[in-house]
Design a protein around this ligand. Structure first.
Ligand SMILES: Nc1ncnc2c1ncn2[C@@H]1O[C@H](COP(=O)(O)OP(=O)(O)O)[C@@H](O)[C@H]1O
Ligand SMILES: [Mg+2]
Length: 275
């Protein structure tokens, strides 16, 4: 079971990605990044965030601690930004939360080196859950206290958008050539040998059990939330067993930009101090 907390204050939106997650404080006096149930991408984004995030954690990868955050939409009344207000108003009830890693930096392949074993584990995991959101353009990794942390699993498990095609999706290829860790020589064979045997029915069921029932209720073709959970378990269990031939590695076609265009260079900011 994930900890369930109640949001007490909306602090600020995070505008880097597309879904406008927010930083909130909760009644356990901790600070979370909150993924809103009322965001345009819908509740399946939250299901993916929880199942893939928990699975990664259970496999020993670093993902911020997950929680379920209860929101009273009244929290949005004082929000001056209409976009944020609409999001809060639409997200009453349960939302997904991740421990806010205060002071974390966005991963930059030019500033941080990843060893092939760790890179291999992450690429293999991303292939398992079909994560297309870890490219050099949009790495969705943070560096915190010197370690690499994985965030943003909302776009994984895309087979859940069409359950009838899920059995066919088990063998779907995974193109890792633009993966943010492709330049580090990820050892996916070693990762598969280590991790695939650990992706057991029980492990997957534990990850799926952490999804609140309300995000799984009324799924067309399923009678109960537990039936939906079992479909995630069956699909991921089959995919974990297919080896690594479906994973395409390769170098990215172009090196990613070191910083967003338009930002001043360090030399321009610091002048001769740095030169
Ligand atoms: N747990 C966290 N701790 C600190 N910062 C975070 C955390 N999660 C996300 N962020 C920051 O917020 C940004 C957006 O979050 P993300 O999960 O990538 O959502 P999306 O891309 O869907 O908007 C990230 O790029 C990162 O800068
Ligand atoms: Mg993101």
């Amino acid at each position: 079971m994930l900890p369930e907390v109640t949001a007490t204050r909306y602090v600020t939106p995070l505008r880097e990605g597309g879904s406008l997650p927010g930083v909130v404080e909760a009644d356990d006096l901790r600070t979370y990044v909150m993924k809103f149930s009322g965001a345009g991408q819908g509740r399946k984004t939250l299901v993916a965030e929880v199942i893939s995030g928990r699975l990664a954690q259970l496999l020993g990868l670093r993902v911020p601690g997950l929680a379920v955050i209860r929101l009273d939409p009244v929290l949005g009344l004082g929000e001056p930004d209409p976009e944020v207000q609409a999001l809060l108003r639409a997200s009453g009830g349960l939302n997904a939360g991740l421990d806010f890693l205060s002071g974390a930096l966005g991963f930059d392949a030019l500033a941080y080196t990843v060893d092939p074993v760790e890179a291999g584990r992450i690429v293999w995991f991303d292939a398992l859950v079909g994560n297309v959101d870890r490219s050099w353009r949009n790495p969705n990794m943070l560096v915190w206290h010197g370690d690499l942390w994985l965030i943003d699993h909302g776009a994984t498990l895309i087979f859940h958008h069409g359950w009838s095609a899920a059995p066919a999706a088990v063998r779907r290829p995974y193109d890792a050539s633009e993966h943010a860790l492709a330049p580090f020589g990820p050892d996916v064979a070693a990762a598969a040998a280590e991790l695939a045997p650990r992706v057991t029915h029980d492990l997957l069921a534990a990850a799926a059990a952490d999804v609140p029932d309300v995000w799984l209720a009324d799924e067309p073709g399923f009678a109960t939330p537990d039936e939906v959970r079992e479909a995630y378990v069956a699909t991921l269990s089959a995919r974990a067993a297919i080896g690594t031939a479906h994973i395409t590695l390769g170098r990215p076609r172009a090196a990613g930009p070191a910083r967003q265009p338009g930002w001043p260079s360090a030399a321009a900011v610091h002048g001769s101090e740095r030169s």
